[in-house]
Every structure is written in C-alpha cells, then in structure tokens.
Write a protein that binds this ligand. Structure first.
Ligand SMILES: [Mg+2]
Length: 103
C-alpha cells in the first residue's frame, strides 16, 4: 500500500463524513443552530463540548450492548460519523486560525 492510497472502505466512510458535514451546514442555514464548530464565533471550549456530546452518544449506543444485549450497529455508525464530522468542522476552524496566525 502506498502512503497516500485509500481503501474503498476508507473512501466510503469519508464520504459519509463529508455528507454529515454538509448536513451540519444545511441545518445551520435552516436556523437549526447558529454556528457549527468551523465558525470563528464558536470557541474551542464550545467545540469541545459539542464533540464530547457526540462521543457520549456513541458511548450510549455501545453501552446499550453491555451484558450481551444488542448493539444497533447502524445507530453506532451514525454517531461515529457525527463524531468525525464535528472533528472535521473543528479542524477546519483550527486550520484557518493557524493560517491566519501565519499572515
Ligand atoms: Mg449524535
């Protein structure tokens, strides 16, 4: 495998993350929330709480499977994609700030 080679599985998941990130922006445009984690108005502390909330929702789905109970894999995947999409949004903000610091 080459350094910048992507598996089909990686591409499929990253596509889901991009779709979720687009959904965040759509929901913002519809007034569902004022900001996403990519916005300069969102503090790093606020972005961390949004990410933590999504991690908590993924944890909840796994917790549902403790003791031999059923884990709803589709719900777990949805929450993990939301974790990744929030991390992408926050990363966009951090990258922008790094670039601004360099100018
Ligand atoms: Mg969620």
């Amino acid at each position: 495998m080459e350094r910048n080679e992507y598996t089909d599985s990686m591409v499929a998941v990253l596509d889901l993350v991009a779709t979720e990130r687009g959904r965040q922006l759509f929901l913002k445009s519809q007034g569902k929330f004022a900001y996403t984690c990519s916005d300069k108005e969102m503090t790093h502390f606020e972005a961390l709480t949004v990410l933590a909330e999504e991690v908590g929702e993924a944890a909840h789905e796994v917790n549902e499977g403790i003791g031999g109970r059923y884990i709803d894999k589709r719900r777990l995947l949805k929450e993990l994609i939301q974790v990744a999409a929030v991390a992408v949004a926050w990363s966009e903000k951090v990258k922008q700030e790094i670039e601004e610091d360099q100018t």
